[in-house]
Write a protein that binds this ligand. Sequence first.
Ligand code: ADP
Ligand code: MG
Length: 326
Amino acid sequence: MKNIGEFGLIDRISTHFTAPAGVTGIGDDCAVIPQKSGLDTLISTDLLVEGRHFLLEDVSPRDLGWKSAAENISDIAAMGGRPESAFLSIALPGSLDAGWMDGFIEGFASLCKRYGVQLLGGDTSLSPDRLFINITVTGSCPHGSAKLRRTACPGDIICVTGTLGDSACGLQLILERRGAAKRPCATQPLPEKDAEYLIERHYRPIPRVEEGIRLSSNPAVHAMMDVSDGIASDLRHILDASRCGAAVNLPELPLSESLQRFCLSRGTDPYSPAVEGGEDYELLFTIKPGADAGVPCTPVGTITEGKGGIEWLGGSKKDYKGFTHF
Ligand code: ADP
Ligand code: MG
């Protein structure tokens, strides 16, 4: 599997199936299934593996519950849908007790309640060693209004909501504090409130549900997805699906003051966490030039005629890579 990568593997799986006419299947943030009611059903599923997606010794059960729900609800937000229900399958190692599960489900439920999402089922098993969590979330949107990855047009402006890279810096801080990551020579101390903010952004992401719904009703918005793996990786999915290229202006990236102080304190490039760091769960979308997005957002670049490549402008590095499995 190492030689074909995560997306090569998904391509191989997808060759055995064809989505029925009118259905969006493998390849976007959610499947989109039209219903007779005039709504489309959105469905997304994600697998979280201990040691891969989270470190059990570092994360509180409440934060893990919150984050697991947020990641999945974010995929519904990425299409512009309203999340409705969830299914939770969990394989628990014997080392975790009922108190741990109480904390996990409290965190999970508190994020779900914000959006009126009800847990409707799942499965529970003992795991020989690690914790595995699989969550499926469903949602809906008016028929035909889901924003896909394949509909970007050359000339579109690329925009993002919120700020990028905070979650990656939060993770770096968590690893440094555990002694698992080396802290580069500090040039300036980092105020504790910045550390708290960045760690909160890592453990308690807020999916952009209301922004997604507003963007989905805006005809000038062409393509959309959520930022789970860093825009260096995620923007490529829009480009591959839409058969376009992009130019991104690094100095225009929305960076929080905490991220800027964090990178200054470590003497590192602030653009790297912003484009390569994952788990921000902001929305990345393309919009007709001159149009009003109707939500707070920052323009960061342009869609071009090129084939799949990203030109990084205004920085010293010419290439950035986001996160992929394998
Ligand atoms: P996201 O990061 O938005 O959750 P992924 O990168 O995990 O999306 O997946 C990309 C697409 O590939 C999605 O449409 C997803 O449903 C599909 N996919 C991923 N793994 C599999 C699999 N094992 N079988 C079928 N489809 C898959
Ligand atoms: Mg996604």
